[in-house]
Design a protein around this ligand. Sequence first.
Ligand SMILES: Cc1cc2nc3c(=O)[nH]c(=O)nc-3n(C[C@H](O)[C@H](O)[C@H](O)COP(=O)(O)O)c2cc1C
Ligand code: SF4
Length: 437
Amino acid sequence: MSAAALPRLLAGADPHGGATLRAHLDRHGLAAPTEVDPKWLVAEVERAGLRGRGGAAFPTATKLAVVGHGRRRPVVVANGSEGEPASAKDATLLAQVPHLVLDGLALAVVATGAGSAHLCVAAGAPAARDALAAALAERAAAGRDAVAAELVAVPDGYVSGEESALVHLLNGGRAVPTAVPPRPFERGVGGRPTLIQNVETLAHVALIARHGADWHRAIGTPHDPGSALVTLRGAVARPGVREIALGTSLESLVAHGGGELARSRGVLLGGYFGTWLDPTEARRVTLDAESLRTRGASLGCGVVAVLPADACPVAETVRIVRWLAGESAGQCGPCVFGLAAIADALEQVADGRARGRGFGRGRRGDDPLARVRRWCGEVAGRGACRHPDGAVRLVASALKTFDADFEDHLRNGPCGACARPSSFPLPQFGGALEAAA
Ligand SMILES: Cc1cc2nc3c(=O)[nH]c(=O)nc-3n(C[C@H](O)[C@H](O)[C@H](O)COP(=O)(O)O)c2cc1C
Ligand code: SF4
């Protein structure tokens, strides 16, 4: 895939503050969103094969069409909450290319016939918030949009950016998920059908409106076309946000960042709800849905975190799972108690407290790891939102990929690497990373 066709989303990105409306129009030459035919736009987004970039990869055209078909005027929400601590792509996009996202948001308003629009941005991302405030003021002065988007700060938290949590927040509540149904597309903000799209997805919509579906499909794979933003971090010399053609090999991306998969301990793909790949598997995959699905993985929200050779995958997994358990919104029993129990058990395996309570491979039903595996199955699908599902996906993939390491900790307690300070990204918010060419 030609690297020369990139960047697309990040073309004209200004690391010193958001590109101005003038610079944006000079670069992209986008028509005013109000001049675009809604039916044409939805059909073009469908032909482009665009899927959401917020994690679940749902077809965007389907959402646009469904929300736009009701009798009540819909609401559109741009999701720039970026609750995933290892990800910096949305904050980078918003801070450096705000008008592309705002064009996408305005186009979604046109495509659905919406009467109001909200732009949700993480409270812990001040550069993004400032760039958006300035960009919104410029657009209001230029009369570019039919509907003025409202900028909304979303409290930091892993589940704050979940779609029903945003609806709850915009309806005057806390940013915690609510029991579903109805889904936001049925009854969301103000009881109206509500379209919620990740900000990167909206930026792609803007470029598809400008250049068409064939242009979008000119890079990527036939089943997973276009480009995507990824956050590369961990054991690489040059971490940062990059735009890749879908179908790019993981090995070449990591090499571009100054890392070497063969010398790593593995890769966490897709963030804290993601999948661990060992170095051998990681060297085989390309970053597109089809290739990753065969390994039970997905690009998720685009995090590619390379685990250093001297790190302990057991200790790192336990830290993330403990943190995810603490991020439960505290509403659903299986999520609150199940994730805490899984974190407790894994912690005991990692720090040696479970030593001697495992009986080896011959009697796995008796050992703490078998219990964790069983609990993962019992927790999945049992919450009002998919937080527990994402957390146990990470646990299951860690137990599979690092099976020997977990067994070793169960039998022998902490390894040498456990005691070393971690150089892997800690679960924390507001970790800004530069966009890298
Ligand atoms: C626990 C949880 C947290 C989420 N956090 C985010 C987030 O921070 N940003 C985001 O865009 N989507 C997030 N999502 C996904 C959203 O619910 C929703 O699917 C997405 O914003 C839809 O946009 P897309 O179709 O453009 O991907 C989260 C989902 C879950 C289950
Ligand atoms: S599943 Fe967990 S995070 Fe989701 S609503 Fe229930 S308690 Fe909150």
